[in-house]
Ligand binder design. Structure first.
Ligand SMILES: C[S@@+](CC[C@H](N)C(=O)[O-])C[C@H]1O[C@@H](n2cnc3c(N)ncnc32)[C@H](O)[C@@H]1O
Length: 418
């Protein structure tokens, strides 16, 4: 088994669910803090995976299983940088370790490098590990110019790993802020959340493979990149579509408004140019279509991944009566869409977000839709080891403090007819 630490994003329950969905054989070992999870996997993780995980900020791989202590850090450090040419850069990212011990480890690390006649510099200090931007630029994550050791004091052991991946914040900001069409009136889906939804979709598609295919995939040492075809029937200005293209997943988008369709097309054209994603390598199409009306796909998509309507753009918090009518409207739309998907996209799993509203301390969620989804022939599921607040209504709530409308993520598997 390979062991890893993940630094989770600001919605850790969703980040964990994403890890479980994206990494076959994922097994959660412990949550060391609210945002640091330790887990193991039967296969080694490709460090590039971090670029497809919206909910994980950093990944570290354990480098020793032997019983080690802080005094072993200099030795572990030098063992990790044998291939580094010229100057060695190193850092320590420590959890539950007293500052004095971190300071000593830095000093001894430097002394060890000096003893070996190797010039070195360290990033971060006993008060704070290196900022992520510095880490990215310093070449320690790739291992080319050095290493950052990731150290956690656990009750019975010292867990020591090395940082192998770090989220590229600049790339997300660029995709989010620089795309030509941003429509604030329908809500802006963060690219990270789009990735999370796609990873849930990937899990569903993998699960739906015939048993034989699953076994073949598991047996293949170096698996081929997973490619799934996606439909986003409420595509808005196309964040999900763009994220599909980035991972080479062919995608179709549709929306009921011409404005959204044109917006998506422009954004797709932009991302293709920016990142040189060629049509011959990965296809897309965007059409005007009402998601409650029959889909007519010659070949069904592997998955539907979509952020459904968040409802009208509100200038102020609605009162209880207004909220009731918002809920009713949304239930009607969601139900009509589910019935339509069941009839015209048979057997295709759906990953959707539904709106919910925050009224003071209370979350007002869609209610009737839970019966409707069973009637339409779906069951809501969550990735392995992920426990829902309400096991009868498994879903994940995504909310931001500054936003009044949240998104309830549901993963809907078609119920097999016996
Ligand atoms: C929350 S937005 C989706 C935003 C999108 N994820 C993005 O990246 O911009 C919901 C979209 O659903 C569309 N919509 C609402 N009712 C629809 C329907 N019946 N069929 C298709 N699209 C619909 C709206 O026009 C809106 O663009």
């Amino acid at each position: 088994m390979y062991q890893y630490a993940a630094v989770l994003g600001h919605q850790p329950h969703i980040s964990l669910a994403e890890l479980s969905a994206a990494i076959p054989g994922f097994s959660l070992e412990s949550l060391e803090t609210k945002t640091v999870a330790l887990f193991s996997t039967p296969e080694e993780i490709d460090a590039d995976l971090i670029n497809l995980l919206g909910g994980t900020i950093m990944l570290a791989q354990r480098i020793t299983e032997a019983d080690v202590s802080m005094s072993d850090i200099p030795k572990l450090l030098s063992g990790e940088v044998t291939k580094v040419k010229k100057k060695v850069t190193f850092g320590l990212r420590c959890y539950n370790i007293p500052r004095g011990d971190i300071k000593t480890a830095y000093r001894k690390g430097k002394e060890e490098m000096k003893r070996q006649g190797r010039p070195c510099r360290y990033i971060g200090n006993d008060k704070k590990p290196a900022a992520t931007a510095l880490l990215k630029d310093s070449g320690v994550v790739s291992g080319k110019k050095g290493v950052e050791l990731f150290v956690i004091r656990r009750p019975n052991e010292l867990w020591v790993g090395k940082t192998i991946g770090i989220q590229d914040i600049d790339a997300y900001t660029h995709r989010d802020m620089e795309k030509p069409v941003r429509d604030t009136t329908v809500g802006l889906l963060p690219p990270k959340l789009a990735q999370i939804l796609l990873n849930f979709g990937g899990w569903m598609a993998r699960e739906a493979l015939p048993e034989e295919e699953k076994k073949k995939n598991a047996a293949r040492k170096r698996k081929k990149k997973e490619i799934y075809t996606v439909l986003d029937p409420f595509c808005g200005t196309g964040v999900i579509l763009m994220e599909c293209l980035l991972r080479s997943w062919p995608v179709e988008g549709s929306d009921v408004t011409t404005k959204a369709v044109n917006g998506s097309k422009k954004n797709i054209e932009w991302i293709r140019k920016e990142l040189k994603i060629l049509k011959k390598d990965v296809s897309d199409s965007v059409t005007k279509h009402d998601a409650t009306k029959a889909f007519s796909h010659k070949t069904l998509p592997d998955i539907v991944v979509t952020e459904t309507s968040l409802g009208p753009n509100l200038s102020k918090k609605p009162n209880k009566t207004e909220l009731k009518s918002l809920v009713k409207e949304s239930e009607k739309l969601q139900e009509a869409f589910l019935q339509n998907a069941a009839a015209t996209l048979p057997g295709v799993p759906l990953v959707c977000t539904w709106p919910f509203w925050r009224l003071g301390a209370e979350n007002v969620r869609l209610e009737k839709i839970w019966d409707a989804l069973t009637k339409a022939g779906y069951e809501a599921v969550l990735p392995d080891e992920i426990v829902a607040d309400n096991p009868e209504r498994p879903s994940l709530l995504y909310q931001r403090k500054d936003q009044f409308v949240g998104r309830e993520i549901v993963i809907l598997r078609p119920i097999e007819k016996s």
